[in-house]
Structure formats: structure tokens, C-alpha cells
Design a protein around this ligand. Structure first.
Ligand code: GLC
Length: 582
């Protein structure tokens, strides 16, 4: 039998450190505030480093901490090589990085280079004159032929911006428009221009020289646009979908390989790179994450977090479990021999998983543990988003003034102006708004959940009296302790990191079941993704698991008088056995 920690030869050659690692995402504004201004900061993060080390995570991914006008909460950067004063200083950053490294953890930066802030000096120069040397660092275009610049419909293309309205902003002085796929304060960089790429690579090297351990690359599959900028398909309303012309564009692989050569090659082994890629398919992900092609280590794909939506994220419907298994199962199979998956339910752009896919009422604790168990037992690198390890829930936003996120606020204005009822729009925002993920981390049951001594920039979720880190750490049955166990299991059990994956019962509407296998070790993962008891006895070879070891569960020990594979509401179990043959 294989001892834990040993790997067969076949796998040993393909054993990058990040395959057995767990990443924890920090959204600095909402994590911990050390100076009482109501906004989280680097000092706050430093004060919680031992909390993270105790949880057992290997890597911290920091959402942007660079100087920024905060139009899109830091994803609009006005200086890539400094720290936003609200968050601290470069000296604070170095202290944090040192503290992270001292505990054997790594720190990955957010790299936002599809666009800058319109207050970045590059754009300030670019907009100053059509003949400025940096004019071509961004996408400037005249209006449509025969039309008067600035008039409705004169935009160079019909593309819609992600945060509502046109993707083009008119500049009267020059009579030209600039492209912004997100807010008008986030102009898109022109990656066709080699000077732009050179400046980005130089900046990345500067951070690596400072000691950071890699990058999470924001919407990196949008950096290559079809230079002809064709119109997009229009479904309804004024604006068309330009994404076929800027997602996975013609030169994307070339740019990523160049970035790898210029920045990462030679130091790559200790680093982690993950590309955020909306609209990425499994087939494309194989290319991006094939180590032989030297692009990125893994991608964030979006398929599984769009299954409960219609044509837009605001048209929400219940998730069908079979759809979720179909999607994640396809990604597991598609990246089995080449490439690697990242695994997530949550981040700063998604509503809270327990409210969305679990039950944030009666079964909050058990369903949060189930979701964690399923995710962490897949093959891939799991990402934990701050507060997920506490089972934090969506927030009870009452009115539009409770929201802070530009996407939510713009959508409310646009949808109500087009005749939708404010109540219906608010209902969709309550379910899907990114602000659900951005309420402050609930540390304890003192004022403002211990997040800040000042007025938090966004309201604290009132359920912090019950849901908070201090209570969770004191309770061995908490979501926090369960996550700690899952993280520890990935470190200890090679089958979790390296084993192959087989979905079982793909069509079952209640049970999420799969096996993992590495050499003679096999794991069976069972989850009842519903509030009703479920029978898992249709599992092939179910009887073979009768005497196997129950590694992890989120429910009382199975009742010996009940059939062993009967699962309580939201129950999850992980069994382990050693097999001679299947
Ligand atoms: C990514 C970020 C999101 C941001 C957008 C524009 O999707 O995760 O928060 O608004 O890019 O930078």
C-alpha cells in the first residue's frame, strides 16, 4: 500500500507545487481595517496572517491594492507600482509580504492590464492630443462614417460595456472615442502596441523582484481584440455583444507566450499564474494551461457560475444539479491529461455560495460544508474567498442606496430607465450583486463585527452576531474547522491533489457523487445537494464501500440501523479505501 505523501513515478514528474495548494483570496477593502477609517487595509491583513496560517492555506491572492480612483473598487489602476494610500504604503506591503513568507505562505498579486484608470498618467498623456506618442497606447477611433461624433449611434461600434451603456466614450476636444469594455473610467490598453506590452512586462518584473509569487490576471483573455473592431450581434436594445471580437482574440496566445518569456521564464517554478477568462471553453483552456506551451498555470472559467442565469446575470433561475455536474464534469475530463483546473464557488464578483447553491437558513452550516467538500475534492486548485470559510451569506440589501458596486448601481439606473420595476431590479440585485461578496468579514460579535472601529464603507451583514470567526474557531463543528480539515486533507492525501476523477450518477437530481483514484487509493465523494434525504445506493459497487474509512463528513455519524448510503439533507461524505483492482 502507498503511504500518504508518496507518489508514483508517473505523477512525480508532473507535481507542480500549486497542485496540492489552496489559495485564499483577500478583497482588501472588506477584510480588516487597522486605522478606523472604515476601509480595510494592509495593516489589517497583517494582523490576520496567523489566522490564515492556522486555516492552513498556502497562497494568498490579494485583490488590487494599487493607487486607484476606486471607480471599480481598485480594478481601475492609476499607478501600477505603488500602494493606494487608503491601504497603506510600499513599506507596509513589504512587511506583509515578509510576514506571509515567514509563515511559509506565498502572495499573488492581481494584475489588471486589460485596462488602466483614466487617471493613469499613460491615459492622461494619451488623451492630451491625437499626436501624443502615447495616443496609440489605447483604442482611439473616429465616430461612424457620415455621422457626427457624439451623436447617438455615432459610436465606432455597437459594443456594450460590461457596466452598462456603450463601450465607447466620446472626447469632444479631439472628436474621437476611446474604448472601455468596463466603466468609462477604465480605458482599454492597446496590446497591439509593443511599447504597451513592454511597459506591462517591466512592471511585472518589478513586482517579482520585490518578492511576490505570481499573478492573478484580470480578464486576461480580453487583451487581444480584432483590430477591425466589427459590430456585435444585437439581441435587444441599443447595444450589441462585441465579445466574439475581444474574447480569446487573434493574438492572445502569442501575447501570453511573450509575457511568459519576458517575465516568468526562469523563475516560473516557484510562481503561480491564473488567468481570469470569461467565456473560455474547455478546449481553449487546454491550450492556455498546457505547461508545454508556457502560457498560464490555470484559468478561472465561468461556465459553472452562469448556469443559474439567462441571457444576462440578472435573469436568475434555480440551478439544476445535473447541469452543474455536466459542466464541472466536462472540465474535469477535458483537463485530465493536459492542463489544470482552478476550483471556485466564490470570489469578489459572485454572490455568496451558501446563499446561492446551498441553504443559508436551517442548513447553513451543513450546506456550506457540503459545498466546500465537493469543491475541494475535485481535481484542481481550490480557491477560498474571504468569509467562505465562515459560511458568510448574502446581505439583506433593502434599497439601492445600500449598494456600492458600479455594476449594480449602473444596472439599476439603466434597467429602471428602460421601464423595469425598481422592485424587480432590486430583487435581482439582492441575488446576484457583487456587493454580496463585499460586505466586511465578520471577525467577532463586537461593533461592526470587529472589522473596523469606524463606519464601514459598506454595511456589515447584521447576522454577524451569529456568524463570525471568533465563534467559528471556538466551535469544533463550524464551517471554519471543516475547511481546515479539507485543506489539511489536500496536503496529506495525494489522491486528492493528483488522483483521476470519475463522475458517478451524472443525471441524479439530488446527489453529487464522484470517485478519485491514484494508484491503489480510491476516494468516494458523496453529497446530497438538497434539503431532502437521498439514497445513494445506485452507486456502482456501492457495497464495496461498506468497510471503507469515512474520512470526512458534515453530519452525525451514519446510523448503523439505516442503510449506509442514505444521506441526510445536505450531507456530504468522503470515503477512502485501498483497492487491488477496480
Ligand atoms: C474582473 C474583476 C472585476 C472587475 C473587472 C474589470 O472581472 O474580477 O471585479 O470589475 O474584471 O476589471
Amino acid at each position: 500500500m502507498q503511504a500518504a505523501g508518496e507518489l508514483s513515478d508517473a505523477w512525480a514528474t508532473d507535481r507542480q507545487w500549486w497542485k496540492s495548494a489552496v489559495v485564499y483570496q483577500i478583497y482588501p477593502r472588506s477584510f480588516a481595517d487597522s486605522d478606523g477609517d472604515g476601509i480595510g487595509d494592509l495593516g489589517g491583513i497583517s494582523s490576520k496572517i496567523d489566522y490564515l496560517a492556522d486555516l492552513g492555506v498556502d497562497v494568498i491572492w490579494l485583490s488590487p491594492v494599487y493607487p486607484s480612483p476606486q471607480d471599480d473598487a481598485g480594478y481601475d489602476i492609476s499607478n501600477y507600482q505603488d500602494i493606494e494610500p487608503v491601504f497603506g504604503t510600499l513599506a507596509d506591503f513589504d512587511a506583509l509580504l515578509g510576514a506571509v513568507h515567514d509563515r511559509g505562505m506565498k502572495l499573488v498579486m492581481d494584475l489588471v492590464v486589460n485596462h488602466t484608470s483614466d487617471e493613469h498618467p499613460w491615459f492622461v498623456e494619451s488623451k492630451s492630443s491625437p499626436v501624443n506618442p502615447k495616443r496609440d497606447w489605447y483604442w482611439w477611433r473616429p465616430g461612424r462614417e457620415g455621422m457626427h461624433g457624439g451623436d447617438p449611434g455615432a459610436e465606432p461600434t455597437n459594443w456594450r460595456a460590461s457596466f452598462s451603456g456603450s463601450a465607447w466614450q466620446y472626447q469632444a476636444e479631439s472628436g474621437e472615442y476611446y474604448l472601455h469594455l468596463f466603466s468609462r473610467k477604465q480605458p482599454d490598453l492597446n496590446w497591439e502596441n509593443p511599447e504597451v506590452r513592454g511597459a506591462v512586462y517591466q512592471m511585472m518584473r518589478w513586482w517579482l523582484d520585490r518578492g511576490v509569487d505570481g499573478f492573478r490576471m484580470d480578464v486576461i483573455n480580453m487583451i487581444s481584440k480584432d483590430p477591425l473592431l466589427p459590430d456585435g450581434h444585437t439581441r435587444s436594445g441599443l447595444w450589441g455583444d462585441g465579445s466574439p471580437h475581444y474574447i480569446n482574440g487573434p493574438r492572445l496566445h502569442e501575447f501570453l507566450q511573450e509575457m511568459h518569456r519576458e517575465v516568468l521564464a526562469g523563475r516560473k517554478d516557484q510562481l503561480l499564474t491564473v488567468g481570469e477568462m470569461p467565456g473560455c471553453t474547455v478546449e481553449e483552456a487546454r491550450l492556455f494551461t498546457d505547461q508545454a506551451r508556457a502560457e498560464v498555470d490555470m484559468v478561472f472559467q465561468f461556465e459553472h457560475v452562469e448556469l443559474d442565469q439567462g441571457a444576462t446575470k440578472w435573469e436568475v433561475h434555480p440551478l439544476r444539479l445535473a447541469d452543474l455536474k455536466g459542466s464541472l464534469g466536462r472540465w474535469q475530463a477535458g483537463l485530465a491529461d493536459v492542463g489544470w483546473n482552478s476550483l471556485y464557488w466564490n470570489n469578489h464578483d459572485q454572490p455568496r455560495a451558501v446563499s446561492r447553491f446551498g441553504d443559508d437558513g436551517e442548513y447553513r452550516v451543513r450546506s456550506a460544508k457540503l459545498l466546500g467538500t465537493l469543491l475541494h475534492l475535485h481535481r484542481g486548485t481550490p480557491y477560498v474567498y474571504q468569509g467562505e470559510e465562515l459560511g458568510m451569506t448574502n446581505a439583506p440589501f433593502a434599497q439601492i442606496s445600500d449598494f456600492r458596486d458600479i455594476e449594480s448601481i449602473n444596472h439599476f439606473a439603466e434597467a429602471t430607465a428602460s421601464g423595469q420595476s425598481p422592485e424587480a431590479v432590486l430583487a435581482a440585485l439582492r441575488t446576484m450583486s457583487r456587493d454580496n461578496a463585499r460586505t466586511p468579514v465578520q471577525w467577532n460579535d463586537s461593533d461592526n463585527a470587529g472589522f473596523s472601529t469606524g463606519q464601514p464603507w459598506i454595511p456589515v451583514n447584521p447576522n454577524y452576531h451569529e456568524i463570525n470567526a471568533s465563534a467559528a474557531r471556538a466551535d469544533p463543528e463550524s464551517v471554519w474547522h471543516h475547511y481546515r480539515t479539507l485543506i489539511d486533507l489536500r496536503h496529506r492525501e495525494p489522491a486528492v491533489a493528483y488522483g483521476d476523477f470519475t463522475m458517478v450518477l451524472p443525471e441524479h437530481e439530488q446527489i453529487y457523487a464522484f470517485t478519485r483514484r491514484l494508484d491503489d487509493v480510491e476516494l468516494l465523494v458523496l453529497g446530497n445537494v438538497s434539503g431532502r434525504t437521498a439514497m445513494a445506493d445506485q452507486i456502482p459497487y456501492a457495497g464495496n464501500w461498506e468497510n471503507s474509512e469515512l474520512l470526512i463528513t458534515n453530519a452525525p455519524a451514519p446510523d448503523p440501523s439505516q442503510p449506509r448510503l442514505s444521506l441526510l439533507p445536505w450531507e456530504a461524505r468522503v470515503y477512502r479505501r485501498v483497492v487491488a483492482d477496480r
